[in-house]
Design a protein around this ligand. Sequence first.
Ligand code: KG4
Ligand code: ZN
Length: 327
Amino acid sequence: HSRTLILGIDTSCDDTGVGVVELAGGRVRVLANRVWSQTVHAQYGGVMPELASREHVERIDAVMADALAEAGVTVDELGAVAATSGPGLVGALLVGLMYGKGVAQALGVPFHATHHLEGHIFAAASEAELAPPFLALVVSGGHTHLFDVPREGEYVLVGATKDDAAGEAFDKIARLSGLGYPGGPAIAEAALTGNADAVPFKEPLQGQKGFDFSFSGLKTAALLAHRAGASAPDLAASFQKAAVHTLVKTTRRAAEATGRDTVVVSGGVAANRALREAFAGTGLRVVFPGRGLNTDNGAMIALAGAAAITAGRAPGTLAEGAEAYAP
Ligand code: KG4
Ligand code: ZN
């Protein structure tokens, strides 16, 4: 049977990601996943778009070479190229998008413009066969989106954050407690030695009929508790418990309402152990991306490209519906 090697590129923010995925007999396998994470932004306390673009330009050749070496393939063996076309920082996106288009054109192979969130969702295809219908919760530093995916290529937004993204809340609370950046892993680590019942948090949007999320109330409550003298581990453990509770409860209600029994949980926050354990206790079939595929990377974009190829979707088109949810 035929084997197609798909190159995937993501330069939507401050990570230069290049991955290689093999598609053979309808099955996918990640052969390489290389990410260069930019550190220049730390001194500014946030991502500087112009610096991010420049560093992608400087790094992308090396990351590409590393990815091909890790996969053990040469560039001319590639059968398709996928790159993130949005959403993201436009100057940063353009580096990977134009690089990918150049490679595809030079090789004479199809090019797939890919939605960043479709990449996050299909990152989970590294772990299990992923065929709609399913629900997808994307929880990252920039997104908290709950999609119903009734058919291939169709994304129905059933809920989203009304304010901060989940990862953003982890990052902000880590910063106020002096735990450093990125905040997610720092909170998870500090929580191990904290008391999760030390700081009472009110459940956000309690009693809502819909499936939205809100983290600004938790953030304000954390600030007040910090000022009142709560320790960093207690604050971390209590906040993590509250954040996990609202994510799992709302997703479980959405699964009941839509009748879906498979849930994909992806994005940077999906790396969180407490979140994984809480989802494991729901009785739903929950699929998480494999190691290194939760945070931004190129392999997830290649996996989304593989899904598009398998579905026979035309190169260069975004999944129907996905575009509408670009922030
Ligand atoms: O998907 P990602 O790399 O970038 C965006 O597209 O936003 O996600 C990064 C976010 C950060 O906010 C980071 O704090 C969070 O994911 N994160 C975590 C964990 N690891 C990363 N949040 C909670 N627990 C973790 N273990
Ligand atoms: Zn992302």
